[in-house]
Design a protein. Structure first.
Length: 148
């Protein structure tokens, strides 16, 4: 009998260059105690097998310790560059300064890009932890993140 739960739209494991992972963590640490956020342009959306190109730090328009909102200006800047280069948004990144690297209920509710990978970096345990998630139809599923 087929599963009634939505299935992830992309791979069960993805690779992320160490340089990008380090930039994400450094941005999260610099913005703490506020949540940091950013975008990862890729050759295509992560669900379509794209590869990440770079990390684009963005301003958190919510200016909050518990939620993020990529500023419209930063989103347009990154999307304009993607349109010129080709590709798509591969990943959407944000930090959790004081909680686990798991999308919160609000993160899941606000997720509007099912082809895009959501990456969350936690600073709660002292040592940063970066995890990746598909969020589709209100369900979050973890993706193995291979940093190389």
């Amino acid at each position: 009998m087929p599963s009634l739960e939505p299935q992830p739209l992309g791979p069960q494991a993805v690779g992320l260059p160490r340089k990008i992972a380090e930039q994400i963590v450094a941005h999260a640490q610099a913005e703490s105690p506020q949540e940091a956020c950013g975008l990862i342009p890729g050759t295509a959306a992560a669900a379509k097998g794209g590869q990440p190109k770079r990390y684009e730090p963005c301003r958190n328009a919510a200016a909050s310790r518990t939620r993020y909102e990529v500023s419209v200006e930063d989103y347009l800047r990154v999307q304009t560059a993607i349109d010129a280069d080709g590709g798509d948004i591969w990943g959407i990144v944000h930090s959790h300064p004081a909680t686990a690297a798991v999308p919160s209920g609000l993160d899941v509710l606000m997720a509007a890009h099912p082809d895009t990978l959501y990456l969350v970096v936690s600073l709660a345990a002292g040592e940063p932890e970066l995890r990746a998630w598909w969020i589709v139809d209100g369900v979050r599923r973890e993706v193995a993140l291979e940093i190389a």
